[in-house]
Write a protein that binds this ligand. Structure first.
Ligand SMILES: [Zn+2]
Length: 137
């Protein structure tokens, strides 16, 4: 179900709790909401739809992926400076991101997954994982 986007920075700065199997429904809402904001939005975190759980949805170009409890287990030494926007915030802000990351997470069946990402996809995932930590760009 498509949900309303939260813009309350105080709420967004709270750390999200670990997701459980029951939060797969939240992941589906995130995917639906991401699809509804296809133009100008490449990723969402659950607190952006009012649920303080570690769930994110990321656009991979031709498909979207949901991750529950995503965690960066490895990353490149190299970081680069970039600017990012956020559906919950106004304007763009400067930040630093790793070029390559390895992420472990639970998929829509709550099965354990591990995958490597680089470039723009890795950037989106880092932005959304930051949301789970209550970190805004
Ligand atoms: Zn954001």
């Amino acid at each position: 179900m498509v949900k309303e986007i939260v813009r309350d920075e105080f709420f967004l700065q709270q750390k999200s709790a670990k997701a459980t199997k029951d939060d797969i429904a939240v992941a589906q809402d995130l995917l639906d909401t991401l699809a509804a904001h296809r133009e100008g939005c490449v990723g969402l975190a659950a607190n952006m739809i009012g649920v303080a759980k570690c769930v994110i949805a990321v656009n991979l170009g031709d498909t979207d992926i949901a991750m529950l409890n995503p965690e960066i287990v490895k990353h490149s030494a190299k970081r680069y400076k970039t600017t990012e926007g956020c559906l919950s915030l106004v304007g763009e802000r400067e930040t630093e991101r790793f070029e390559t990351i390895e992420v472990k997470y639970r998929d829509m069946n709550f099965a354990k997954q591990k995958a490597k990402f680089s470039g723009f996809t890795a950037q989106i995932i880092q932005h959304e994982i930051d949301h789970c930590q209550g970190i805004l760009i």
